[in-house]
Ligand binder design. Structure first.
Ligand code: HEM
Length: 141
């Protein structure tokens, strides 16, 4: 698989421009050329890390889980000396997230439906019980 191709840091260092921008994060070699314009933190910071190991910079920002998943999409290989265990592809990761989302929402939906059904029933029931118990002709003046 192309994602498991081994690169040395000097090979990565050759891709150090705006038109050809690679860097390394946690042993993953990433080609982020197409991502530069999309990066929420701007392209400049990425270009500054071009051709280098950007793990520290990436982690110092405290990137979200979404950002950590997003980077898998740009992986072209692995840095020499690193073994990345359990490297699910971007699609697999996304699929798992979607499944988790569907399951979570299914539970929510069921309880919401039950709630929406019983609450109005309870309110209507209480109203009629009140009307029945407090009929005006029962009241003795
Ligand atoms: C492929 C690698 C990267 C991806 C997919 C990525 C993705 C993102 C995303 C999604 C955000 C929005 C905030 C969040 O969700 O965390 C973000 C913000 C940011 N990123 Fe990255 N990023 C990458 C690499 C880097 C690198 C290497 C640096 C630093 C050299 C960096 C610097 C920043 C900065 C400064 C922000 C703005 C933070 C803020 O406004 O608070 N990013 N990035």
């Amino acid at each position: 698989m192309a994602e498991n191709k081994i690169f040395t840091l000097s090979q990565v260092a050759q891709h150090n421009s705006k038109k050809d921008c690679w860097f390394v994060i946690n042993g993953r070699v990433l080609n982020v050329t197409k991502f530069l314009a999309e990066h929420p933190g701007g392209e400049e910071v990425l270009i500054e890390s071009a051709g280098k190991d950007a793990t520290k910079q990436f982690e110092d920002i405290g990137h979200s889980k979404a950002a950590q998943t997003m980077l898998l999409k740009y992986q072209v290989g692995v840095l020499q000396g690193y073994t990345i265990k359990d490297t699910p592809s971007f699609q697999e990761t996304k699929k798992k997230e979607m499944e988790a989302y569907v399951i979570k929402n299914e539970g929510k939906l069921k309880s919401a439906t039950l709630f929406e059904f019983f609450v109005p029933l309870l309110v209507a029931g209480s109203y009629f019980a009140y009307r029945f118990l407090a009929r005006p002709d029962d009241i003795v003046y």
